[in-house]
Design a binder for this molecule. Structure first.
Ligand code: NAP
Length: 249
């Protein structure tokens, strides 16, 4: 049987490794957004499927027995497409999603918001030297409200939009450690940290650094997981789900 892992996350790479180790045929799918992606073991395909219909055709055309949607918590469109396409094609679907940071700290200065727009407007009121760690795709919402701010913007690949001349772009990719995060924020004189609730350990150190420096954090809530899709939070649990499928026996 072939399992399609919708990837682009560290958890997806771990899962691919577990399944390949079990002798299960895995195809990991990446959107192709990042110039030099970290690749999982096993077969990899890159690029969109062409919406729900395209993904459904792919599943049927490639005899995919199961799909694990291990995409990033903020990749809402592909998750919705996976739910609809698997339903159309009659293929079992599991969502592998790391826990959010909601319960991780008692930080008193966390401000939860529901959108990039709300985040940008609030950030503008909280500081003049924000540290933006929201990825490059949502950056456009911040351009207007933070046009005069001395923002430090950390991204993996260059932004695809024109950003204000007052912004500093930093190209880097996690994992990050507390000492480095604290030094970076202190050096910039960051007075507010802006993040999405991505969860996970790789990018968590910035939250502790903000706490240590006593600066506020603006944190964007996750989009909802499509209803009726079963969710697990650890790659080992997703691998166990695959092994328990009738097609695996
Ligand atoms: P998105 O808005 O949910 O998806 C947009 C479109 O990209 C989808 O409709 C699909 O195109 C294609 N796509 C997305 N993930 C794909 C995958 N794994 N394999 C094949 N096609 C995929 O996603 P996004 O927020 O742009 O994120 C793109 C990818 O980057 C995701 O796979 C995600 O795991 C990874 N990522 C995202 C974030 C984030 O903050 N959003 C952070 C880290 C990593 P078609 O409709 O043509 O199939």
């Amino acid at each position: 049987m072939t399992v399609l892992v919708l990837g682009g996350t560290a958890e997806a790479r771990v899962l691919a490794g577990l399944l390949v180790g079990d002798g299960i045929a895995v195809v990991s799918s990446l959107a192709g957004r990042v110039t030099r992606p970290r690749l999982p073991v096993g077969e990899v395909r890159v690029g969109g499927f062409g919406g729900i219909e395209g993904l459904s055709s792919y599943l049927q055309g490639n005899s995919v027995a199961a799909v694990v949607d291990a995409t990033h918590p903020f990749a809402a469109r592909i998750s919705a497409n996976a739910a609809a396409a698997c339903s159309l094609a009659g293929v079992p679907l599991l969502r592998l999603e790391r826990p959010g940071w909601a319960d991780e700290t008692g930080a008193s200065q966390w401000h939860w918001v529901s959108s990039s727009e709300e985040s940008a407007a609030l950030t503008a009121t909280l500081g003049a030297r924000p540290f933006l760690t929201v990825g490059r795709q949502g950056l456009d919402a911040y351009v207007g409200p933070l046009a005069a701010s001395a923002a430090l913007v950390r991204v993996v690949d260059p932004p695809e939009i024109d950003v204000p001349a007052t912004w500093t772009i930093l190209h880097d990719r996690g994992p990050y450690e507390l000492d480095g995060e604290r030094a970076l924020m202190a050096e910039h004189g960051a007075d507010v940290l802006v993040t999405k609730d991505s969860g996970g350990r790789w990018t968590q150190a910035k939250l502790a650094a903000a706490d240590a420096l006593d600066i506020p954090v603006v944190i964007v809530r996750r989009p909802a997981v499509p209803e009726s899709v079963r969710v697990v939070s650890r790659p080992v649990d997703a691998a166990a789900w695959v092994r328990a499928l009738p097609a695996a026996h």
